[in-house]
Design a protein around this ligand. Structure first.
Ligand code: ADP
Ligand code: MG
Length: 212
């Protein structure tokens, strides 16, 4: 369960999150929407413990994302809005993820295959040197292979070709019902069949929160 209570996060004077209180429970599959600058990525980063908050409280399965970051991140599969500058080769990255999160290398490779990414051909290449879409496909394969109870995707399809997008949504259909899925998107029509709740944000606030 993810709980935010009266969370305010400021950068200088601007409030990126303005007194936000929201709870995500097991089985919630949430589309998080709203204009650029609404605070969506900040919300996700606060849940992941990237940012200290000004006031309020955040708990992920009872853990504090700042003080107990390892416990929090262990249980989250995350795809960032922009791929991080990972210096490892694809092979090293897959080995690392498999060791640290206990999923098999094969499941990552199989999921990459389902995403239309022939990762076997790229194994010795640096992750950094893959195209934007290829990076995203590999990160998606990793995130869905990890046995996390929480999946957080921050505009994951922005870099994907139409076929990649389609394969991604197909991968998500097999995700178990008891997980929490937070999916930031501008395209509700594409993921409407995958979600059961839609949250709109604007100016750092949750402006609507509806069950579908
Ligand atoms: N690291 C940062 N430093 C300064 N301002 C930031 C930072 N991250 C986000 N912001 C500001 O917070 C607001 C919300 O940003 P963000 O959460 O990225 O919006 P969204 O993901 O909804 O487009 C914006 O005004 C942005 O400029
Ligand atoms: Mg964002």
């Amino acid at each position: 369960m993810i709980q935010l209570q009266n969370v305010t996060k400021k950068f200088f004077k601007d409030k990126s999150l303005d007194n936000v209180s929201i709870t995500f429970n097991k089985g919630d599959r949430v589309a998080i929407m709203g204009p650029n600058g609404a605070g969506k990525t900040t919300l996700v980063r606060v849940i992941l413990g990237y940012y200290h908050i000004g006031s309020g409280e955040v708990r992920v399965d009872g853990y504090d994302p700042i003080k107990e970051r390892v416990e929090v991140v262990r249980n989250i599969g995350f795809i960032p809005q922009l791929p991080p500058p990972i210096k490892l080769s694809c092979k090293e990255l897959i080995e690392y993820v498999s060791k640290s999160s206990g999923c098999t290398q094969k499941s990552i490779i199989d999921n990459a295959d389902k995403m239309g990414l022939d990762i076997q051909k790229q194994m010795n290449k640096s992750f950094f040197k893959l195209s934007g879409g290829m990076k995203q496909k590999l990160l998606i394969s990793i995130a869905v292979s990890k046995k996390s109870d929480i999946l957080i995707f921050d505009e994951p399809t922005a870099n994907l070709d139409p076929k990649g997008r389609e394969s991604f949504y197909k991968l998500l259909e097999v995700i178990k019902e008891d997980k929490i899925l937070l999916f930031i998107t501008h395209r509700l029509d594409e993921i409407e069949h995958l979600v059961n709740r839609v949250v709109y944000m604007d100016l750092g606030k949750v402006v609507s929160d509806e069950k579908l």
